[in-house]
Design a protein around this ligand. Structure first.
Ligand code: ATP
Ligand code: MG
Length: 182
């Protein structure tokens, strides 16, 4: 319950303007490596392996804590909704001043009719899920708000039965008048 309350308060603050981001240049691949290392233990317990393909010199301008939170939430889902023994690939590429992060799992996927709604607060595909089994449906709503505050985009593609890919795009240079519009 305490995590639910924490996530809900966090989301409320992100939706308002009461929680400004602390923006700084970030070596994005390093931040991603750090989160992957922190979560390797959880993945290990399910015999899930991470496959990393990260463009190491990509710089984004952002809030380090908040971007870690985004990656944690995406990996949390990828691990949670993927059967044991499968792998999760994490790719970071830069094209045309845009840093693109893709987190792809080999889980059950998300039904087409649910896909447009999964970033809404409290939305869960399996509504009957027991408390032991499930989250509160806030993780992706938080991701959406954080990425929006970074002037980025957040999309999910999914093929039921094959897996899901979460895609984040951020400007790869300091945000200013000439930053690309996504
Ligand atoms: P919380 O993140 O608050 O612990 P949650 O994981 O249920 O709970 P979200 O992360 O917002 O909430 O995800 C919303 C719903 O989208 C999930 O309940 C699940 O049904 C679906 N979902 C999200 N990511 C995946 C994924 N990688 N594969 C399959 N389904 C997913
Ligand atoms: Mg989640």
């Amino acid at each position: 319950l305490s995590r639910l309350v924490h996530d809900l308060l966090d989301l409320a603050q992100l939706e308002g303007d009461s929680y400004p981001l602390t923006m700084e240049p970030i070596v994005f691949a390093q931040l991603i490596h750090d989160v992957l290392d922190q979560m390797a233990f959880v993945a290990d317990k399910k015999s899930i392996t991470f496959k990393r393909t990260l463009e190491e010199d990509c710089i984004v301008y952002g809030d380090s804590d908040r971007l870690q939170q985004v990656i944690r939430n995406l990996l949390d889902n990828a691990i949670h909704y993927t059967p044991s023994g499968k792998s999760i690939s994490i790719e970071l590429q830069v094209h045309q001043s845009v840093a693109e992060l893709r987190v792809t799992d080999e889980g059950n996927g998300i039904p087409k009719e649910d896909l447009p709604h999964v970033s809404e607060r409290f939305y869960r595909v399996n509504k009957a899920r027991t408390r032991k089994d499930g989250g509160s449906g806030l993780g992706l709503a938080i991701v959406y708000q954080i990425i929006k505050k970074h002037h980025g985009t957040f999309n999910i593609q999914s093929e039921p039965g094959f897996g899901t890919t979460a895609i984040i795009q951020l400007p790869n240079a300091p945000f200013n008048e000439s930053s690309p519009t996504l």
